[in-house]
Design a protein around this ligand. Structure first.
Ligand SMILES: Nc1ncnc2c1ncn2[C@@H]1O[C@H](COP(=O)(O)OP(=O)(O)OP(=O)(O)O)[C@@H](O)[C@H]1O
Ligand SMILES: [Mg+2]
Length: 361
C-alpha cells in the first residue's frame, strides 16, 4: 500500500501571531513495503510530517492517502499505524510481555474480532510470542523495562508498535538515545524487522549516515520544503542542489566558487577538470575522496594532516577556502608539502549560482 502526500502543509501560529510554516506543500509518494527515510536538519519539519501521517497534527492544507483511502480526516486509532518515538515510553510498571499485549487488550476492533475471553487471551499470546521473536526479545518477556538496555527497550517499543499489525510504521529518531555501537546494531535490527514484516515504514532522522545505511528511499527536507526524493546512493552521487550535497557525506563536501574557462574548471589558477559548460561562475562541490595526488594538476599547500582509519585527512587552501581531502595512507604526504591534485570526476558536482545541480555535468 503506497502512501501519498499531496500538497501537505502545516502552519503553526504562535501566541505572538507569528506564523511558522513547518511543512510547506509536501507532495511525495512513499512506495508500499519500503523503508523510507525522512532526513534533514533540526527544525526542518520531519516530526511535523510524521505527526500528520499519524493523525496527531491536523494539516493546514493538503491530503494524505493510504492506498486508495483518504485518511486525512481519520483519527489516529483508525489509521492503522504503529508509532515509535525517541524516548521509548514503555509502561515502567508492566512486564515486556504486558507492554506488547497492552494495545491489543485495549483495541476495540481486536476485542470485537475475538469476543470469547479465552480465545482472545490465546490470540494475544500468539501475537506477543511471534512479535517477540521478530525483534529477538523472547527471553526478556518477563522483565520490566528498567531491567533492559536501551537497545532492548527500543526493540520492545517496536514490538509494541507492530503487534497491532499496522499498515504503516512511523519511527521518529528511534535511535538517538543509544550509544554509537548500539545505534548501528539497532538500525540494522530495524532494517531486518522491516524486511521481515514488509510494513511500509517512515524513519525520521537527522543523521545522514543512518538514513543512507538502511533506507530504500530518502526524502531530504530543508525549512519544510522537500529538496530531493531518491535512492540513498543517488542523493550522494547526484545531489539535486548545494544543500543536499552539503548535508550528505562525512567529512562534508568541499564547496567552492570557481570559474569555468575554455571548458576547464579553474582551481588555484590552474585547469583542474574538463567541463563542457559555458564560461562563467559556478559553485563546485568536490567530495574529499575524489582528490588524486598527481604530477600535474592544480597545486595545494598541505596545512595539516590527520590519520583517519585507513586514510589521511589533509587540509589545504583551494580557491581561497580551506578544503579537506581523504588520501589513501600508502601515499607519502606531509604537512608543509606542496602537492598537485587531479580530480576524480564522479566526486565533482557543479551547480549554478541558484545552487541547483547542472544536469548535463
Ligand atoms: N506545536 C508547535 N507549535 C509551534 N511551532 C512548532 C510546533 N511544532 C513544531 N513547530 C515548529 O515547526 C518547525 C518544524 O518542527 P519539527 O518538530 O517538525 O522539526 P524536526 O525536523 O522534527 O526537528 P528535530 O530534528 O529537531 O526533531 C520548527 O520550526 C518548530 O519550531
Ligand atoms: Mg523532530
Amino acid at each position: 500500500m503506497d502512501i501519498r502526500l499531496e500538497g501537505l502543509t502545516k502552519t503553526f501560529t504562535g501566541k505572538d501571531k507569528v506564523e511558522t510554516i513547518a511543512v510547506n506543500d509536501l507532495t511525495v509518494t512513499i512506495p508500499g513495503g519500503h523503508l523510507v527515510g525522512l532526513l534533514g536538519p533540526s527544525g526542518c519539519g520531519k516530526s511535523t510530517t510524521l505527526f500528520m501521517l499519524a493523525g496527531l497534527h491536523e494539516p493546514t492544507r493538503g491530503r494524505i492517502w493510504f492506498g486508495d483511502e483518504d485518511v486525512t480526516d481519520l483519527p489516529p486509532e483508525k489509521r492503522g499505524i504503529g508509532l515509535v518515538f525517541q524516548n521509548y515510553a514503555l509502561y515502567p510498571h508492566m512486564t515486556v510481555y504486558d507492554n506488547i499485549a497492552f494495545p491489543l487488550r485495549n483495541s476495540r476492533s481486536f476485542r470485537e474480532k475475538h469476543k470469547d475471553g479465552k480465545e482472545r487471551h490465546e490470540a494475544i499470546d500468539q501475537i506477543v510470542q511471534q512479535t517477540a521473536k521478530i525483534v529477538a526479545i523472547e527471553e526478556l518477556l518477563a522483565r520490566k523495562p528498567s531491567q533492559l538496555s536501551g537497545g532492548q527497550q527500543q526493540r520492545v517499543a517496536i514490538a509494541r508498535a507492530i503487534a497491532k499489525q499496522p499498515r504503516v510504521l512511523l519511527l521518529d529518531e528511534p535511535l538517538s538515545n543509544l550509544d554509537a555501537r548500539l545505534r548501528i546494531q539497532t538500525r540494522e535490527e530495524i532494517r531486518r524487522i522491516q524486511q521481515a514484516t514488509g510494513i511500509t515504514t517512515v524513519f525520521v532522522t537527522h543523521d545522514q549516515e543512518e538514513a543512507m545505511s538502511i533506507t530504500d528511499e530518502i526524502i531530504v527536507m530543508k525549512d519544510g520544503v522537500v529538496q530531493q526524493v531518491d535512492h540513498p546512493q543517488e542523493t550522494y552521487i547526484h545531489p539535486a542542489n548545494v544543500f543536499v550535497a552539503r548535508f550528505l557525506g562525512n567529512p562534508p563536501i568541499n564547496m567552492i566558487d570557481a570559474s569555468v574557462k575554455d571548458g576547464q574548471v579553474m582551481i588555484n589558477g590552474c585547469p583542474a577538470i574538463a567541463a563542457d559548460l559555458p564560461d562563467g561562475q559556478y559553485k563546485v562541490g568536490i567530495r574529499p575522496e575524489s582528490f588524486i595526488l598527481s604530477d600535474d594538476g592544480f597545486t595545494a599547500d598541505i596545512l595539516t594532516k590527520a590519520t583517519i582509519g585507513r586514510d589521511f585527512q589533509v587540509r589545504f587552501d583551494m580557491n581561497g577556502r580551506y578544503s579537506e581531502a581523504l588520501i589513501e595512507s600508502d601515499k607519502s604526504i606531509e604537512e608543509g608539502d606542496k602537492v598537485h591534485f587531479r580530480l576524480r570526476r564522479s566526486g565533482v558536482h557543479i551547480f549554478d549560482l541558484d545552487e541547483k545541480r547542472i544536469a548535463q555535468w
